[in-house]
Structure formats: C-alpha cells, structure tokens
Design a protein around this ligand. Sequence first.
Ligand SMILES: Nc1ncnc2c1ncn2[C@@H]1O[C@H](COP(=O)(O)OP(=O)(O)OP(=O)(O)O)[C@@H](O)[C@H]1O
Ligand SMILES: [Mg+2]
Length: 241
Amino acid sequence: MTRVIEACDLSKAYGDVQAVDHVTLAVKEGALFGLLGPNGSGKTTMIRMLTGQTRPTGGEASVLGIDVVKDPVGVRKRVGIIPEQETPPSFLTAIEYLKFVAAVRKIPDIGKKADWWFDFLDFADKKDVLCKDLSRGTRQKLMFTQAFIHEPALALIDEPLINFDPIMQDLVKDYLADYVKKGRTIFISTHILEVAEEICSEFAILHKGKLLHAGPIAELKERGEHLPAFFLSLVRKDHHV
Ligand SMILES: Nc1ncnc2c1ncn2[C@@H]1O[C@H](COP(=O)(O)OP(=O)(O)OP(=O)(O)O)[C@@H](O)[C@H]1O
Ligand SMILES: [Mg+2]
C-alpha cells in the first residue's frame, strides 16, 4: 500500500513552545485520516509543516513522495489545502478568485467546473459578490471549492466542517467519504469526534505536540469502543502524567 504522507520525528518549536514533538506518522493512499487533539495540541502546525507552509525545526516528512523541506512549493502544487481560518482575497469576487486559482494551478474548463461547485454547494447567487461581502460559511464554501476543484490526489483540511450549517455539514461529509472511495486521500483535523468516527478510516491523537495514538477506527469499533470516550480518557490520563 502506497504511503502518501510519511513523517519521521517531525518537530516544530516556537521558542520554548514545542508545538509538535517528534511525531512519526504514516498515511496510506485512499485513507480518510483524522488528526484529533485538544486546542493547542499541534494539529494546525502539523498540517502547516506537511503542506510546506512552515518549516520543521526537526525530523523529516514527505508528501506524495516530495520532501516538504526541500520542495515545499512542489508539495503545495500537488495537494489541495484549506488552511485554518484562511479566507479568500476580499477584493475579488467568488468567480474571480476561482479563475485566479485556475490560472495558478493551470486548471482547464474553469467556468464549467466552477458552475458545478456553485451549484453543488448552493452558492451560485454569490458568484459575482466580492469575497469581503460573503458570509463566513460562504467563504468556507469557496475555500472548499478551491481545494477540490482540481481533484488533487491528496487534500489537507484544517477543520473541514467549521462554519458550515447542518445541511452543508452533511453534504460535505458525504463528499469527503466519496472522495476517498476513488483512491484519493484526505487528511483532516477536527474537534468533531462523532464525525471523525463516522467518516474517518484512520485517526491519530495529538496532545501537547506528542502523538498519543494512531490507528484504524475499525480497531476501536471491534473493541466496542467509541471515539469520543476513547479520546477523552486518553487525553485526560495524559493530562495528569
Ligand atoms: N506562529 C506561532 N508562533 C508561536 N507559537 C505558535 C505559532 N503557531 C502555533 N503556536 C503554538 O504552538 C502550539 C500548537 O498550536 P496549533 O495551532 O498547532 O494547535 P491546534 O492543535 O491546531 O489547536 P486548535 O485546536 O486550537 O486549532 C500552541 O501552543 C500555539 O500557541
Ligand atoms: Mg488548529
């Protein structure tokens, strides 16, 4: 089985803060991988390192076979990314932003593809609205569109469901679950453990930058355990160490 993400002893320190602390992790092709962890546990830092947005201070990682330190631009070209709290440029309209993304990524037939996404995520009426005037959820729809419009082999999303209403959450959840059925891979961070349990094939738990657990969801299910309870007991236990 091909490994699309491999991290070995990956670390990131911000001064005295060890945001990610010697994490070794592998993600297989076709996985829907959920990275879980309390606030400040290092999830965003991990995603930023894996997408070449920030340089590790230790260890190494490759994504789709590309070294994230040696060729961060190469990684960013190949993957789809929704960074934490990132919004589209305020001075462009929704369609202008997608055309800009298409030009950078050399995506053909952008008009047709964009229309499919406007329709799918139900925001065709916002096509010509400036991004600064879009609601938060609609901006997230646009970010979601830019991450998937070129159908990347791997997408990394920091909190895919944040800002979405329940109808959108359901739609996006199904989209992610279907996406990996075609052999592509998704790596998400999330606080919504019930969703992770429902759609992820594999998960990992970070706490204070350290990896507490990594493995298939099926393993928990076989033991009759539920992810939220497993997560809480593991993190609480570690908290008192
Ligand atoms: N640019 C930065 N400069 C200094 N410290 C940082 C920086 N980015 C993150 N940190 C610190 O690194 C640690 C991990 O932060 P990170 O954002 O990766 O956590 P997280 O798991 O994504 O949290 P959340 O669930 O709240 O999004 C925190 O202690 C945070 O304060
Ligand atoms: Mg985060």
